[in-house]
Every structure is written in C-alpha cells, then in structure tokens.
Design a protein around this ligand. Structure first.
Ligand code: GLN
Length: 539
C-alpha cells in the first residue's frame, strides 16, 4: 500500500522545501523504496508556462510537455526518474475541473462547494500516481506557507486523507532565524507556524528546521514541547555546502528509519554508498572550470536571482563533476554588453560560455555579440534553444553575409527571417492562445553520422525536451549550410533543425532543445559534458 509524505512549509517561503522534499525522497529511495513526488502550486494559473521567470524561477519542462514549477526539476534530478505533468496540481486546474464537471451535470442536484467538491478533486489528483504505478511512497509538497489563504483547501484535503484511511506522514518545514542583535536562534516563528497548522487539524509527525547553524538541544527541546512532537522528530536541516548532501544530513539523524518506524515498515536496504561516494568526490575537487551563463532573467527589484536558470546551472555542475572539476558558474547579464561592448573582452576569462533559453526582445543583441565573440575567439560555446536560434542569426549575419538577417521574434520586418515561427504557431499567437501551446516536451531528432553531436550522444536518434514557438526557417537551411554551418540533428521528417555545430572551433554546439532538463547528478547531459571537456582543454 502506498504511503504519502505531505510536506508543508512555515514561517517564510524560499526555504528550499523542494530540495528538502527531493532529499527525503532520495533517502527513501536509497533505502530501497519506490519513490515519486508531486508538487502542489496554489496559484490560479493552470501551469507555470505563463509565469515570468524572474518572479517564479525557471519553468521546468517534463518529458510529456508539462510546464511546471522548478521543484519538479529537483525531484527528477534527485530521484533520477521522469515525472509526468499530472504530478503538478494548481488551483487553476482544480477549479477548472470542478467547474467543468458542474456544467456537465456531474454533481446534479448538489450545491457545489469548496468542501467536499474541491477537496475531493484535490484528493483524486493526489491519489492518481499510486493508481497508475505501484509506488511505495508518494511525496506531496504543498507550495507556500501554512496560513496563506490560497493553500487552505489543499491542506484541508490532505488532512482528510489520513482520516479516510490513507497512510500519511506530515512533515512541516520551518525556519529558525538568528537575530543578529541577540545572536540567538529563535523558535517562536516555528511555534506559531505549527500552531496554525494544528489549527487546520494537522499535527506534524516531523518538524524540519531550516537554519544557518545546526539546531542545538535547547531549541530542539523547546520546539518539541511547544509543537507537540518528540525531540527525535525535530530534524535539523542547516545550511550546507551542496544541496545533494542534504540527503546525508537526514541520514545522520536517522530520519528514514524514523519515518519507516512510524509507518510500521521494516524493509530497509541500504544503498547509500553510491551517494556518499559521489558527495565525497565533489567535496574534494580542486581544479575549477569557469562557465559563463549569458542570460537576462537575473534582476528582480534590487535582488539578483539565479533561479531562472537553475537547470542549466545544475547541468553545468553535473558535467563539471563528471570531469573532476569544481564548477565556477558566472551569471552574466547580456544587457551589460549592449551598454558597453568593450566589456565583451571579459569573456576571455571564461573557459566556456552558454547562452540559455529566453523570450522577447530585451538582451538579444548582447547575446548575439557574445556568440560572435565566442565563435571568433574560439571560446567553447553551448547554445540552448534561443542560444541556438541566435547562433544561427549571428552566423547568417557575419559569416553568410545575409545583411539584416534576424529572428522574426526580435525583428518582425527582417529581410531574412532565418528564425521564424513554426507554422502552426502563427494562428496560436494571432488568437492569443498562449497557455501550453508551444512546441513542448520530448521530441526525437536524428543525428548526422560523423558529426560532433553524434559522437557526444553516441546514438543515432535522441529525445530531448523542447519549449519554443520559433525554429530555423527551412528556406535558409541550404544557404546556411553552404557557408559552413552544420545542422547535425533534425526532426525525423527532416524539417526542423534540432542541433547545429561549426567545425574549426574547439566546441561550438547548439540545440533547439533544452538538454539541461535531462541532466542528472550522476548522468550528465552529453552536450554539457562536451562543453566541459572542451573548456578543460582550453584551460
Ligand atoms: N523565444 C524562442 C522561441 O519561442 C526561444 C525559446 C526558448 O529559448 N525556450 O522559439
């Protein structure tokens, strides 16, 4: 029978609940259980596809084309499984389904209400993964913090689950701040947050405390007493050098054993050595590799965020570690080069450059200039989606001499739209049908024998995940190839250009896809691995 671990948050958002959830999942998996995870996002959007990256972080793309909160990425990376899109539940989806059912008369005669109709819909969705596969554990992370208006019905639904006989463990993740003026860790916010949770009818089985330093016994006792748990049910999750090591932090506190004990589960294999070895290795690496991510979704207010490119950053790390190098990731705002082109020479300090995905006009010229610099100065380059489209634009402008060549996304009136709408996108955009209508999810590509990309993958046909409306304009393919650009992977019908490279360069590879979504800590993405190998050589 499936077991549910419900993860809620308290005190503040941004505590790393996603990493905590993924780490709980990993530890159960390393102890021999079949684990998956779900994310509940209480916003009204049906999915994350229409959210601004600087506001909500990266949009994660699943194999089956879901556009989802970045936490699903953490789950996939830690658990090394593909998670389908229905593992994400939003208020928009739930209400949409309830309203549709109401209109179809599915509740005929009834007053349709938040409880039980909305909560029933939520529970049906939470129980779906266990219906479709024999998971031992389904982890359910509820976004936001307890006390937010918008997650009340989700909390009510998971409260009901236990009452109705589901095997449920509640884990509450809170924050224990240290007031600089006092120098003391304070448990009061945790106490209040648990009080709110208990007011909803949920008594946590475990409290995980996020804090800078490990939780001491005085605070542990206090939290246990005021929050109605045993001391050993308070788990310290203090800041750590590497997110993948949180798993070991939990193991040290016998967290897995305690969870199993609560559920009367005994089966307890121990496959932790692979993970321990991996953590040990990455902690002892000395030589660094400097990779610049030239993007634009960094600034929000006065803060700088890297969340918009989290999967790209993780993919760089995985590949660096695979090559026994310590990743040194630099975030570079392409708009800087537009204001001051002289700054382009700072790119010389990098061992490799990535231009990641992006939308709209801003920062485009800075990216094109970056790509030109990488090409001309032979700095290893990897282009992802927009990073490939702009590499094609740059090549068309500066090598093929197609004056004014551009992407139609950046310049609608360009004389040479070397990048243009995928045909079925024209109508979609005209009708403003923006939600979930890009070319989304995994698509196959046939690789050109003898190409660098073919060598890197070691396969003839590969599947990578996509998220875009534009593509290389087929009308220009022949012309671009004539002046040296190599399209090293195409859709099986030969129409869409999926990969490109140029020769006489240490590494200049780009793809219309987002290979970063398939990179895993112990299985780096081939294109990132290739970039790091070339960067290592450059060093
Ligand atoms: N804006 C481009 C497109 O829609 C690239 C998208 C991306 O980088 N994911 O095609």
């Amino acid at each position: 029978m499936v077991n549910y671990i419900i993860i809620t948050g308290g005190v503040i958002s941004g505590l790393g609940k996603g990493i905590t959830t993924a780490s709980i999942g990993k530890i159960l998996q390393l102890h021999g259980y079949k684990v998956t995870a779900m994310k509940i996002d209480p916003y009204m959007n049906c999915d994350a596809g229409t959210l601004r990256p600087t506001e909500h972080g990266e949009v994660w793309v699943t194999e089956d084309g879901g556009e989802i909160d970045q936490d699903l990425g953490h789950y996939e990376r830690f658990l090394d499984i593909d998670i389908p899109k229905y593992h994400n539940i939003t208020t928009g989806q739930v209400y949409g389904a309830v309203i549709e059912k109401e209109r179809k008369g599915k509740y005929l005669g009834k007053t349709v209400q938040p409880i039980p109709h909305v909560t029933d819909e939520i529970k049906t969705r939470i129980r779906r993964p266990a219906k479709e596969s024999n998971w031992d554990f389904v982890l359910v992370e509820i976004g936001g913090t307890v006390g937010d208006y918008e997650n009340v019905l989700f909390l009510e639904a998971v409260r009901q689950m236990k009452l109705q006989g589901d095997r449920v463990i509640y884990v509450h993740v809170t924050y224990v701040p240290v007031l600089v003026t006092l120098g003391e860790a304070k448990t009061k916010p945790t106490q209040h947050s648990v009080k709110t949770l208990r007011g909803i009818g949920i008594q946590p089985d475990f409290i995980i405390t996020r804090s800078e330093a490990p939780l001491d016994n005085v605070r542990r006792e206090k939290i246990a007493m005021f929050c109605n748990v045993h001391e050993e049910e308070v788990i310290s999750d203090s800041n750590i050098d590497n997110v993948y090591a949180v798993t070991l932090l939990f193991e040290k506190q016998d967290f897995c054993k305690k969870v199993l004990h609560k559920l009367n589960l005994r089966k307890d294999h121990n496959n932790l050595d692979v993970w321990e070895k991996f953590i040990k290795k990455i902690r002892t690496l000395k030589n660094t590799v400097a990779i610049g991510i030239v993007g634009k979704y960094f600034d929000i207010g006065t803060s700088q965020l890297s969340d918009s490119y989290i999967s790209v950053i993780e993919a760089v790390k995985h590949a660096a570690w695979n090559n026994n190098l310590k990743p040194d990731v630099k975030w570079i705002d392409s708009k800087v080069f537009e204001k001051d082109p002289k700054k382009l020479s700072t790119l010389d300090l990098l061992d490799g450059i990535i231009v990641p995905g992006g939308f709209g006009l801003s920062g485009i010229q800075g990216k094109i200039d970056t790509i030109r610099y990488a090409r001309e100065h032979k700095i290893p380059y990897l282009g992802l989606c927009l990073g490939m489209q702009l590499a094609v634009v740059e090549y068309a402008q500066n090598v093929c001499n197609l004056k004014g060549a551009h992407s139609a996304e950046a310049n609608k009136k360009t004389k040479h739209p070397v990048i243009d709408f995928i045909p079925d996108q024209v109508k979609i955009v005209q009708e403003s049908q923006y939600g979930a209508t890009m070319r989304l999810g995994a698509y196959p590509a046939i690789l050109k024998k003898g190409s660098l990309v073919h060598k890197l993958y070691g396969e003839n046909k590969v599947y990578e995940r996509h998220r875009h409306r534009y593509e290389v304009n087929p009308d220009y393919v022949e012309q671009l190839e004539k002046c040296g650009l190599i399209f090293s992977g195409r859709s099986p019908d030969g129409v869409l250009m999926e990969f490109m490279e140029i020769s006489e360069h240490p590494y200049f590879v780009a793809t219309q896809a987002h290979p970063e979504f398939k990179s895993r800590p112990l299985k780096p993405s081939p294109l990132f691995d290739g970039l790091i190998k070339a960067a290592k050589k450059k060093k």
